[in-house]
Each structure stands twice: as C-alpha cells, then as structure tokens.
Design a protein around this ligand. Sequence first.
Ligand SMILES: Cc1cc2nc3c(=O)[nH]c(=O)nc-3n(C[C@H](O)[C@H](O)[C@H](O)COP(=O)(O)OP(=O)(O)OC[C@H]3O[C@@H](n4cnc5c(N)ncnc54)[C@H](O)[C@@H]3O)c2cc1C
Length: 492
Amino acid sequence: MTKTHRCEAVVIGAGLAGLNAAVHLQDAGLDVRVVEARNRVGGRVRSMRELGGNLEAGGTYIGAAYRRVIAAAARHDVRLIDVTPSLKFFREQDLVLDGAIIRQSEWPAHPANPFPNPDRALMPWTFSRVLTARENPLEEPRNWLDPRQTEHDVSMYEWMRGLGLDDKAIRVGYGMNVSYGEDAQDISALQLLFRAAFSRAQANTSATAGRFPGGESAPSSSSSSVTSTGARGYTVADGVQRIPEAMAESLVQPVHYGRTVGRIEDDGRHVTVFCEGGAEYKAAYAVCALPFTVLRRIDFDPPLHGSQREAVASLPSQSMTQLYFAHKSEFWEADEYAPSLFTDTAAGMFSAIRNGSDPTQIAGFSAWVMGRNASQLDALPPESAGARVIEEIEAVRPAARGQLKFIGRQSWGADPFARGAWAYFRPGQITRFAAAMGAPHGRVRFCGEHLAVANRGMEGAMESGESAAMGILAPRRSRKAELSNQSDQRHH
Ligand SMILES: Cc1cc2nc3c(=O)[nH]c(=O)nc-3n(C[C@H](O)[C@H](O)[C@H](O)COP(=O)(O)OP(=O)(O)OC[C@H]3O[C@@H](n4cnc5c(N)ncnc54)[C@H](O)[C@@H]3O)c2cc1C
C-alpha cells in the first residue's frame, strides 16, 4: 500500500536551494519533509570522496561575499579555508590553439592573436569576462531584470560585434570551451553582464578587508580558519559537500533519499507530491528546488501555464563533463609549459589539481569540457572519453605521452538529476520570461540557482531557497499579525 506522509511543507530536492528553504521553514516552526532522488544531499555540490582527498566535482569556490553560504558554514560548524594563496596557481595556464601550445608570455605578439589593441594581452579565457566587466551598464547585479536592460538581451555575438570585434576575435574570445551556451550566438549578453556585475560585487567586498554587506563582520566560528582581512574566497576543508550535509543533519526529519518525484497535484487545499515507486507527500505547500531541465519531466496538475510553462520547457543548462587523470611523472618540467592548458580541443580546460594543503603540489589533472565537446564525450563510454582527452593532450604535448591515466568521469549533462551544470539564457529569453518564471503556482513555490535574482552559483541557490521559504512564511506571518490585531481589538 502506498504510504502518504503528511506535513506542512514538502521540499523537493536536497541541493543548497531546497535545504536552505527547508532550514528556514523549520526555523519558523513548520513540520518539513525533504525528498531527494539521489542517495546523498548536495546536488551539484559534490565532493568526490571516492577518488580520495577533497576533489570537488561541483560548487567549489565560495566568494568572499557569499553571505548565506558563509553563515550556513558558521552555523553548522563547517570549517572554511581561505583560498587566496592558491589563486595565483590557477592563473598559470598556457593556451592551445590550432594544434600548438602558446605561452602566456608569447600571446600578446603572437600571429594567431586576433584581439585588437589595447586588449592583445588578454588571454582568451578572460577576454569576455574583462569586456563584460568593463562595458557593464548594471549598477547592481540585480538590475539585470530591470526592463530598461532589455537592449542587452541580445546574443553575445551581436554584443561583441557592437564593440567592433570581428568573427575571429569572437571565436577565440568567446568560442573556446564555452562556459555558457554552445557559442557566442547561443547566450544572452545580459546574463554575462549580470555575472560580471556579481563578480565585481564579490571583489569589492573582499577589498573591504573582511567586512560584509550590512555591517556584519567576516565569518568566524571557533573552528573556522577564515581570516578576517581581505580573503578573496573560501572553500571547505573537508569538502564543500559538508555544508549541505550539515544543513541536512540539522533537520528534525531526516531527508528521504531515493525518492524521485514524478507528479505534483494541487487541489487548492493541499498539494500532493508523488514519487516513483509509490511514496506520497501531502502538505499545505511544496517547494520545488529542481533545475528546469529536470522539472520539465514532472507532471503538474493543474498544469503550468504562460511564460512559466515556456521557461520550464526551454531554459537550457550547460553541457559539461569532467574527466580525472593521474600522472606518472612531472612531465611539465620536461617541456616547461605550464602544467595546465586551456585548449580549443575536446580536452577543454585541462588543469592541474591542487587541492591539498600545499598548492605547489599537483595531485592530478582534470579536464573540464563544455558545450558540444562535452555532449560528444558523453556519447562515449568513460574509458574511451578518457582516451580521447589523453590523445588531444599528447598530440600537442609530446612530454605527456604515456604519462596520464584516466581515473574517472562526472558528467553533469548526462546526470539525470541535473541534466546540465548551470542554467543559461539564450538571447531574448531573459526578456521573455526571467522575471515571471519563478512565480508561485498555486501551493507550489520554486527555487534553485536559476531563480536567483542578485547572486549566482551556490550563493544564488541559497538566495532562491530563502526567497521560496519567505514566500510561504510572509503571508502566514501577516495573517497571524492580523488575527492578533483583531483579538487585541476585541479585548479592548
Ligand atoms: C562543475 C561545477 C562547478 C561549479 N563551481 C561553482 C563554484 O565554484 N562556486 C559556486 O558558487 N557555484 C559553483 N557551481 C554552481 C553551484 O554548484 C550550483 O549553482 C548550486 O549547487 C545549485 O544548487 P541547487 O540547489 O539550485 O540545485 P541542485 O544542487 O542541482 O539541487 C537539486 C536537487 O534536486 C534533486 N532532484 C533532481 N530531480 C529530482 C526529482 N525528480 N525528485 C527529487 N529530487 C530530485 C537533485 O538530486 C539535487 O539534489 C558549480 C557547478 C558545477 C556543476
């Protein structure tokens, strides 16, 4: 017989967004259940403990102004570490373009450099970031949703052409191992302007020597090793997954694992959430904390409509696959190129892993492969995908021949509970539906990184979870206040 769990709020999805919604609802006194399809919490935060050390497959870098993530770590006694000393190593990367390695020092005068003056010194992996930071019309990150910014909701290609760049500069400056979309035609410039405004806000905060917006001081807890002056960012000593794990441990009712939600029904008085395999949850409210790529496979009764329906059906998520490699020797000392390479090949961004306490030590390599290359690698069995990446590296770097061993893959695009690494907006989609796509649907509230208004990444997920919880709590609080006013008036 199907078991029906009754509660005041059911949260679907135990990523940071869902867990933050659950924590807020529980703090306000609600009886909450969290249902999760996987057998772990954290979603796109995943510490790959099975590969040893604290290798991260998902969210890693916690910006200095990630107020909610940092507060959650402090509240649940999760130890953050300052990553500022290791950041310089991430900049040590050479370029692979058209079959050859180009050192950073060679790039400004290199014949393959298509960038105009004065930007010839910019490396392709920072080019579009620098431009969107420099030419940014957003005073605050949240202004990306201001209808006055609609003129920027055009393709990145069009936006870059508007700055006078030619096709070659756009291909090299945006089209290599693309983080948002498949190419410059596939992404709204406005989203990248939002990202740049968010990065600027983070950088400004770290520059203010550990002071946080709203006058709070830098994070500190007895076990925290975060410095209070000028840290650029943090990560978690025992793996970032400790944050969602600790949040889940603080819930009175344990997360229900292995519950894949397939249908949500709202009869006007209750919402019932149906899981594959038979479990049901009946509650006054449901918080749906799933990426739209997953949500579009869930039946709604009554159905979603209007621009929300369009958004759920069409908002894309970035194809991305990660492959991990061990190395047999320090081959980069033989050819004296940087250990890490940013490539225009199926090896994507091939980076040295420096996740130990000493960032000078290289623990292995990871290939972050995006867009079409990721989809192609996902179509291969893991070992063949690993061999393909090794082939690409060995072709440009003879010193690496026979020195790399494939050890594992994590594909976010192929993951049935993520179906992509992060949401992105195609040109025009922000104008068509971004402001309306998170609206309540009867007794269902929505959250997830894609619904963040002022933040991105993990902080965006936390922001959206908090907003979803407030959407449930605020009307209840005002109703309570109204009732208590009425009773005060009766007593007088
Ligand atoms: C490779 C990578 C690197 C990143 N690096 C950073 C970084 O350095 N800094 C940063 O801030 N952010 C980073 N991010 C982004 C950050 O990890 C995400 O924005 C954030 O974790 C998303 O949280 P979420 O709760 O919105 O979604 P998710 O974490 O995806 O949570 C959704 C949950 O719903 C569950 N679920 C799915 N389908 C169902 C179903 N049918 N029924 C029940 N449960 C279901 C999933 O299993 C999952 O647990 C990175 C992401 C990736 C992929």
